[in-house]
Design a protein around this ligand. Structure first.
Ligand SMILES: Nc1ncnc2c1ncn2[C@@H]1O[C@H](COP(=O)(O)OP(=O)(O)O)[C@@H](O)[C@H]1O
Ligand SMILES: [Mg+2]
Length: 418
């Protein structure tokens, strides 16, 4: 973005006259363009979502939603947009709240032309800088999600085991915690719609689930999606829980579920999906949009046999083998079936081995406290940290390969909808 580019402004105020006055004051500034106006906080959020302005001039007292609440929502969804608060008197209490909500500047009504243009220009420069920063840190892999002003080009990581009790949910939950940071936030999604237990693993319970999003998958916005997510306070990860009752599962189609995942990848750096053994439509659709699949096995013959079958299913679904991270869980060195042997036999290398550690794993489930939130020097925690690193590396390798593939042959990695 060049410095000659205009500063795009939205005005939010419930009084028509105020909106008009501000518009008139700004009309003489050649580098400023008013691209929208709104009468309430809610409308303001909507107009901002559509126009993605650099600056919002925001009244505080408005019907339906006040300016501070709207500021908070806008800062969350349009991180580069800067907000200048317009208030009747310089009430320090308001100022403090507005600042905490993420406002950039304050003006007292009615502002002079100089005050207004100086504030808009300062905020505009900020917005351009932040936009550039975002553009350089978020390197879109292909751009399906970009263009909507989205903050992330997140990766969808599906954790799957074709045999129950192997540790799928344990891995999904603890990998999510291990990958999460404030720069790279994680959402953990339960795709086991009938008997999902992600929320239980985190000692959480919410009344909302993907069922609330399914009917409106074509008109999702970050605010609505966020209102359905649970926040796991101890770790900071967000959770899209399974419905409270198994019979609700049928109301969600695979296509709807995939759309929700695609939307979430614009809001989070990683979308971790826990699955059921049963290859439901929802699980198949998740595999279909996945950037990476963590396939689990144990040293037991039924688990290995099923892993072989799962790899065959992946072949049929055209999932590239590079997208599969084959992991051996509950590894017991007393058992002679080794990771190497399993890898050779299935022609898919085992990239990580997680030791059997019931004394850590089982109490963790029963207390609803992921062990990755506890002592990180424990052997199990160390293995998960290195698994998280393996995941990051593989994602980078795939991105590199995708670039090469685009240069050379087409289509090998084209499954992820980009
Ligand atoms: N590395 C491990 N060592 C010992 N027990 C484990 C390990 N990983 C998971 N478990 C235990 O295995 C059981 C099943 O795990 P779970 O994650 O529910 O599996 P799934 O989701 O595949 O059915 C749980 O009691 C869990 O604590
Ligand atoms: Mg499970």
């Amino acid at each position: 973005m060049s410095s000659t580019e205009k500063i795009r402004v939205v005005i939010v105020d419930d009084i028509a006259e105020t909106r008009e006055n501000i518009r008139k004051l700004l009309q003489f500034e050649k580098d400023v363009e008013v691209v929208g106006a709104a009468r309430t906080g809610k409308e303001g959020i909507e107009v901002t979502r559509q126009t993605k302005p650099d600056v919002v001039i925001m009244d505080i007292n408005m019907p339906d939603m006040d300016g501070i609440t709207a500021t908070e929502a806008i800062r969350r969804t349009n991180p580069f947009t800067q907000i200048v608060i317009l208030s009747v008197q310089g009430d320090p209490n308001y100022m403090r709240r507005a600042m905490l909500a993420g406002a950039r500047d304050f003006l007292t009504k009615p502002p002079t032309v100089d005050e207004l243009s100086a504030a808009v220009r300062r905020a505009g420069i900020m917005a351009h800088e932040e936009r550039e920063k975002l553009a350089s840190t978020v390197q879109p892999g292909g751009g399906a999600a970009v263009g909507g002003g989205s903050a992330f080009d997140g990766k969808i990581i599906v954790v799957y085991s074709p045999k129950g009790g192997v540790g799928t949910t344990t891995v999904a939950v603890n990998l999510a915690v291990a990958l999460h940071s404030s720069e790279n936030p994680v959402v953990l999604v339960d795709a086991n719609l009938q008997f999902g237990d992600v929320a239980v693993f985190l000692n959480e319970q919410g009344k909302n689930s993907v069922v609330d999003l399914a009917p409106r998958v074509d008109e999702l916005d970050p605010e609505v999606v966020d209102s359905v997510l649970l926040l796991h306070k101890l770790s900071g990860i967000k959770v899209l829980a399974a419905p409270l009752r198994p019979e609700y599962a049928e109301s969600v189609t695979g296509e709807q579920f995939a759309k929700v995942l695609q939307f979430l990848r614009r809001m989070f750096a990683y979308v971790i999906v826990d699955t059921s053994v049963y290859l439901s439509d929802v699980v198949l659709s998740s595999i279909d949009v996945a950037d990476l699949i963590v396939l689990l096995t144990t040293q037991e013959i039924p688990a290995i046999k099923n892993a072989r079958m799962a790899l065959e299913v992946f072949n049929v679904l055209n999932v590239h083998r590079k997208k599969v991270l084959f992991v051996l869980n509950r590894f017991d060195k007393r058992i002679t079936i080794t990771a190497e042997k399993i890898g050779e036999s299935l022609k898919q290398e085992v990239v990580a081995t997680i030791p059997l550690d019931e004394r850590t794993a089982i109490p963790s489930v029963n207390r609803g406290m992921p062990f990755m939130l506890e002592d990180k020097t424990k052997p199990l925690a160390k293995v998960y940290l290195s698994l998280a690193e393996t995941v990051r590396q593989r994602i980078n390798q795939i991105a590199d390969l995708e670039i090469e593939t685009k240069k050379g042959y087409a289509g090998i990695f084209s499954k992820a909808g980009r």
